[in-house]
Design a protein around this ligand. Structure first.
Ligand SMILES: [Ca+2]
Ligand SMILES: [Ca+2]
Length: 262
């Protein structure tokens, strides 16, 4: 009885593993602008000096990115993942991609420009990555823009703005090498004057293949490689069978069912 239970559990686990897919969604923030420097209610971000993290009267901007399964629900849970940036700058933020290897010289010149214009923030922002099972119904993105009032207490931030958008128009690429960034301008749902420009990439996570990234194949050093288009196992010389883990040498002494010497 116990043996049957174990067999059923192993089978279920194997089926579950087969049915999983994994995609990566990356967000590279490019530019954020709050034209009036106010919240969505047209109010100043801070009326109390101790809440002004920047110490210059600008909003102290931070973003919460939340990914959901479509359709949108209210209230929403970030079922596909979330990421809070913390404080990243003021009302006009030009994000710098730290994934690109910046020369020390160019960083220095950026710092000089930064000193010249105190109204523009430059922020070294890494690309934000999400990994999840590809949802057939589509991906929804919700962004909350906050004015940070206390770096140690997330509950007291003021809301500056809110963006919501489906990402059903994002193309799913088969690998990161093939993926082309898609630029999206996120705009306020309240008609206020903030917007955020983001480059999105959606692609199969490493070792996942197929139209919906549902085929998993991790190359086996000895037995097989993976076909880059289909994810099917390609047996290396000397190996055969469905999993390419049967060794030809084992067939030299006694015949194997699926293998004959030519
Ligand atoms: Ca505030
Ligand atoms: Ca603040």
């Amino acid at each position: 009885m116990v043996q049957w239970l174990i067999i059923i559990l192993v089978y279920d686990f194997a089926m579950l593993k087969l049915s999983l897919s994994e995609v990566t969604l990356s967000l590279r923030l490019l530019h954020y602008k709050n034209r009036n420097g106010l919240t969505y209610e047209n109010r100043p971000c801070d009326t109390r000096l101790e809440h002004d993290i920047n110490r210059d009267g600008r909003c102290d901007t931070g973003f919460l990115f939340c990914l959901v399964h479509l359709p949108f629900q209210n209230p929403h849970n970030c079922t596909l993942g979330d990421h809070f940036t913390g404080f990243v700058g003021g009302d006009d933020i030009h994000f710098i991609n730290i994934d690109q290897q910046l020369q020390r010289r160019s960083i220095l010149s950026i710092n000089k420009k930064r000193q010249r214009s105190s109204l523009i923030s430059l922020w070294f922002q890494p690309t934000i990555y999400f990994h999840f099972n590809y949802p057939k119904t589509g991906i929804g993105l919700i962004v909350e823009v906050f004015d940070i009032d206390d770096n140690n207490n997330q509950t007291i931030h003021d809301s500056i703005d809110f963006y919501g958008r489906t990402l059903t128009d994002l193309k799913l690429y088969r690998s990161v090498e093939l993926a082309q960034p898609q630029r999206i301008y996120l705009r306020s749902l309240f008609g206020t004057y903030t917007n955020l420009t983001v480059d999105f990439l959606l692609y199969c996570s490493p070792n996942y293949y197929g139209n919906d990234c549902e085929i998993f194949c991790s190359p086996n050093e000895q037995g097989y490689e993976c076909d880059l288009n289909t994810g099917q196992k390609i047996c290396k010389h000397g190996y055969f069978g469905q999993d390419c883990l049967s060794d030809v040498r084992a067939c030299e002494d006694q015949p194997c069912a699926n293998f004959t010497f030519d």
